[in-house]
Design a protein around this ligand. Structure first.
Ligand SMILES: C[S@@+](CC[C@H](N)C(=O)[O-])C[C@H]1O[C@@H](n2cnc3c(N)ncnc32)[C@H](O)[C@@H]1O
Length: 311
């Protein structure tokens, strides 16, 4: 990544990252090594590793999740293997595997994935649920739903229903229904600048304002769709406080009874969420959410909040 030309973005990153801005830019300028999640719905782990290694791929197991592997050497793109076509694995960034691990969907549960396409986390949750229970995988964008549908078929997922709604509708269509809800929200994607450097061109406070409106509608709807006692994860792949802490703070202003739960760090360097930003002070409960800075973890950037609706 070249020095950031976009002055609005440069100002934001300087304020958030301070002394670490240079380390962030340097990390974001390098290509991110691929990682995969082995799809245990279709294949035994050792069998797949053997098949890929016999073609010259070198894979490193990772402690945080036994299905996760870093691809250390690729003789050709791993997405072009027969095993990928057969759905034996999903090419998925490591940080993107964390929100489902935090949500912990269990076999037999009812799960809503409100912004699901192209399905990396839906298919991971189906694997965690051993293809039982039900996942409602929703998205508003029909082109992205095509990719979601393809991935669900490719990975042999059988417990998932696809819907095409504006996600805010789940608040009144299915109130108090789901054991778990994932809101992997549309966001300004600053944590993905390595693979999407164009983000630095279109990023603006105007775009952030529009995203915040959608994020607020989705987090409210997701909370309304949870059963009492149910748990929701709100995640984004951006660093912008208004989209992260600000959205959780908004939910708490409407539902002061909501709990923000602590969760394990899975061996990553997770920073406490901000309790204040520029002139804004957030509800202190927001602090239990976590920021995953990309340059500190050698991953993409993420924000994750775990929220419970009391019984
Ligand atoms: C970060 S992506 C989701 C990635 C997906 N969870 C995964 O892991 O593969 C955000 C998604 O939100 C969808 N989206 C945007 N606005 C929405 C809305 N109002 N209702 C539902 N989905 C929406 C976008 O089409 C996009 O697919």
């Amino acid at each position: 990544m070249k020095p950031i030309q976009n002055s609005q973005l440069a100002g934001l990153l300087e304020d958030i990252l301070g002394d670490e801005l240079e380390a962030f830019i340097e990390w974001m300028s390098q290509p991110l090594p691929n990682s995969i999640r082995i799809n245990t719905l279709k294949v035994e782990k050792d069998e797949l590793i053997g098949r890929l290694e016999s073609q010259g791929f070198r894979l490193k197991p990772l402690d945080f999740y036994d299905a996760a592997f870093r691809v250390e050497h690729e003789p050709f793109p791993i997405g072009k293997t027969l095993e990928h076509f057969l759905g034996h694995f999903y090419v998925q960034e490591l940080a993107s595997m964390i929100p489902p691990l935090v949500l912990e969907p269990k076999p037999g549960e009812k799960v809503l994935d409100i912004a699901a396409a192209p399905g990396s986390k839906t298919t991971q949750m189906a694997q965690m649920m051993e293809n039982t229970g039900v996942i409602v995988a929703n998205d508003v964008n029909i082109d992205r739903i095509r990719a979601l549908s393809h991935n669900i078929d490719r990975l042999g997922v059988l417990n998932t229903i696809i819907t095409e709604f504006d996600g805010y509708k789940f608040g009144f269509l299915t109130p108090n229904t789901f054991d778990k809800v994932l809101i992997d929200a549309p966001c300004s994607a600053l944590g993905t600048l390595h693979r999407s450097p164009e983000v630095a061109r279109w990023w603006s406070w105007g775009r952030v304002g529009m995203l915040v409106r959608t994020q607020r509608a989705l987090i409210l709807a997701g909370y309304q769709a949870l059963k009492p006692g149910g748990v929701m994860v709100y995640s984004t792949c951006t660093l912008v406080p208004e989209e992260n802490e600000g959205t959780v703070d908004f939910l708490l202003s409407r539902h002061p009874e909501a709990e923000v739960l602590p969760f394990q760090d899975f061996g990553f360097k997770m920073d406490e969420a901000l309790v204040g930003w520029r002139r804004k002070t957030y509800d202190p409960k927001v602090k239990a959410a976590r920021r995953l800075y990309p340059h500190r973890n050698k991953t993409e950037g993420f924000f994750i909040a775990k929220i419970r609706k009391p019984t």
